[in-house]
Structures are given as C-alpha cells and as structure tokens.
Design a protein around this ligand. Structure first.
Ligand SMILES: Nc1nc2c(ncn2[C@@H]2O[C@H](COP(=O)(O)OP(=O)(O)OP(=O)(O)O)[C@@H](O)[C@H]2O)c(=O)[nH]1
Ligand SMILES: [Mg+2]
Length: 325
C-alpha cells in the first residue's frame, strides 16, 4: 500500500489540467495558471495520510512536449494507475485534435500491453452552460467517439469545472478509489448499513472532500447527499480555528420542494412526506476527520438509523485506522 501510485493528467494544452490539479490541492484558493512547460509532478500529500501515496503527472501539452512524451513513452506512460484525460468542452474547434491525441495514448497502452483505467473529464462545463442542450449534444457525440477508440479499456466520463469543486472531487475520488482494496470493503460496509437502517443513500467523505465510499438506491439520492455534504463541509471548514464542533446535523427535506419535483427520473413519494439528511463525523488517531452523510427517505422509519449509526462510525473508524497504519 505504501508504493506510490502514478496518476496521469493528459489532454490538449489549455484544456485545464493544471487548473484541476491546483484546485484539488488548494481547495478554495483562486489562481491563474500558465502553460505547463513539459512534465510536472506533484505529490498529493493529504492522500498520503490516507495510505495512498499518489503522484500526479501533469503532462503539459503544447505540441513540442506532446511529441516528446511519445518518444519517451515507456518512461512517461508505463505503470500508471489511472489516466485522467481532459477535454475542453468549450473549444469544439479542437475536438478532433483532442480525440487524435487520446487515440495515440490508447495506442501506447496497447503497445505497452498495460491495462489502466481512463477517466475522461469533459472540462469547463461551467455552471452557466452545463444545462445547455448544445453542450449536452457535444458531450454525447464525444462519448461515442471516445468509446469507439477505447473499446478494450475501462473508461468513465465526468463533467467538470473549476467553478464547482464537487465536480472535480467526484471525478478524482473515482480515479483513486478504484485501485484501493479497502474501498471495496468500505462500500460493503456502507451497503449493509444502508439496508439495515432504511437509508436510501450513505456517503463517506474525508475532510478534504474526497468521496471515500458510497452506497445508494438511486443516483439521485447520492447526488443530494453530495450537494448537502459539500456545503456542510464548507461550513465545517470555517469552524476550523474555532473550538466549536458541529456534529449530528440533521436537515429535514420536504418532498414538495422544487428540487425533488424537478427530477424526472425519480417519481417518489407522497407530497408532504418528510425525508431527512443526517451528517455526522468521526476522527481517527492522526486527526483526520471523516464525514458520514445519509439520506433517509421516510423520516418515520429512522429509528434503526439512529441505533445503527454509532456502530457504523465505529466500524469505519477501525477500518480507516487500519488503512493509514
Ligand atoms: N471557464 C473555465 N476555464 C477554465 C476551467 N479550468 C481551467 N480554465 C482556464 O483554462 C486555461 C488553461 O488552463 P490550464 O490549467 O493552464 O491548462 P493546461 O491543460 O494545464 O494547459 P498546458 O499546461 O498548456 O497543457 C486557464 O486560463 C484557466 O483559467 C474551467 O473549469 N472553466
Ligand atoms: Mg498546465
């Protein structure tokens, strides 16, 4: 578990690789990036605490550097745990060039005979354009193209923007958790808890916003947990220098809110019925804080949840302790 994992960030110049990495590292700071001159490596030190030694390789992608990567392809691309491939969704003039570059990278992995997981980020899907039909259509076509190129690879897709940190952390969490055996155990634990406690979704996050694990009956519920959870973590962040600690925060959710009604896929529950989201936290020995966020569809069925949550906390805390030991 201690050997360093290599995660590559590739994609055309100006697609946003360095911005993504800085956002992940600096959480809330504002910055201005310059083109990356060649390969830049950065250690993700917070993850070291979780037992994942991770090094991010940022492949600065001006044309002259790209050539070099293929020349030295063995050193650059071999032994990679995940490849994040970033596509600037706002720059459709360069989609073909980007697909070509991706295709070359796939060829390298085929040549090296190495399996790696690809995480494609359609990037710069900023909040003001994310719902536009035009953007959705572009993404659809790109997905078809990319899938046809990477037929034998495991590949997942994310919409990301630096203006919504949760979008970055979701993609990144997927990219690092997929190679952790402990993540599997954690997910099993979360699933068992959800089933026994009538929870529709349960989410485990670290204080630096990584989704360590989750289980849910439907994507919709987990999205809700993520949205509320991230806001909650932001609030917690502002309490850092303050001795006050919020715990067991409960949010009541009414089913007649616009938020729920506007979701077409989920046709739930009687109007007037109440749900709740419960957020609680635990700390492990070296002071890393974790948050459990659960969604209970029917507030009247939450007794077992109350009983089981402390047990889940204990179990997870033991597991995280083992992970970082
Ligand atoms: N609108 C928008 N702009 C972004 C976003 N992410 C990055 N940018 C901007 O895109 C430009 C390029 O970002 P970089 O992170 O430097 O791009 P890069 O992929 O590292 O480029 P190279 O180092 O040349 O390969 C910068 O001006 C960023 O501010 C985003 O989510 N939305
Ligand atoms: Mg860069």
């Amino acid at each position: 578990m201690q050997s360093k994992r290599k995660i590559i960030f590739a994609g055309l110049d100006n697609s946003g690789k360095t911005s993504i990495i800085i956002s992940l590292q600096e959480k809330f700071s504002y910055f201005d990036t310059k083109p990356t001159l060649g390969l830049s490596r950065s250690k993700f030190s917070t993850l070291d605490c979780l037992g994942f030694g991770i090094v991010l390789w940022d492949l600065g992608a001006q044309r002259k550097f790209r050539k070099n990567y293929f020349k030295h392809r063995y050193q650059v691309f071999s032994n990679t745990s995940s490849v994040f491939y970033i596509i600037d969704i706002q720059d459709s003039n360069r989609f073909n060039e980007s697909i070509e570059y991706f295709s070359k990278i796939i060829d390298v992995y085929n040549e090296l005979d190495e399996k790696t997981d690809f995480f494609i980020c359609f990037h710069k899907v900023d909040p003001d354009i994310s719902n536009k039909r035009e953007i959705q259509d572009k993404i659809k076509i790109l997905i078809e193209n990319l899938l046809s190129i990477a037929q034998n690879s495991r590949i997942s897709f994310f919409n990301t923007t630096i203006y919504d940190l949760s979008s970055l952390f979701l993609a990144f969490s997927n990219g690092i958790m997929h190679f952790s055996p402990i993540a599997l155990l954690i997910n099993e634990q979360l699933e068992e808890f959800a089933k026994l406690s009538n929870s529709s979704a349960v989410l485990l996050m670290s204080e630096d916003l990584l989704v360590i694990g989750n289980y849910s009956m439907s994507d919709y519920y987990i999205d809700l947990c993520e949205i509320v959870g991230l806001r909650f973590l932001n609030v917690m962040d502002s309490f850092k220098s303050n001795p006050v600690r919020l715990d067991n925060v409960i949010v009541e959710v009414n089913y007649d809110t616009e938020l729920i009604v506007s979701n077409e896929n989920e046709k739930p529950l009687k109007r007037g019925q109440k749900a709740k989201i419960v957020m609680t936290s635990f700390k492990i020995s070296n002071n890393i804080q974790f948050y459990i966020i659960t969604f209970i569809k029917n507030i009247l069925m939450s007794k077992s949840h109350e009983d089981l949550l402390p047990i889940l906390k204990n179990n997870l805390s033991d597991m995280m302790y083992l992970l970082i030991k």
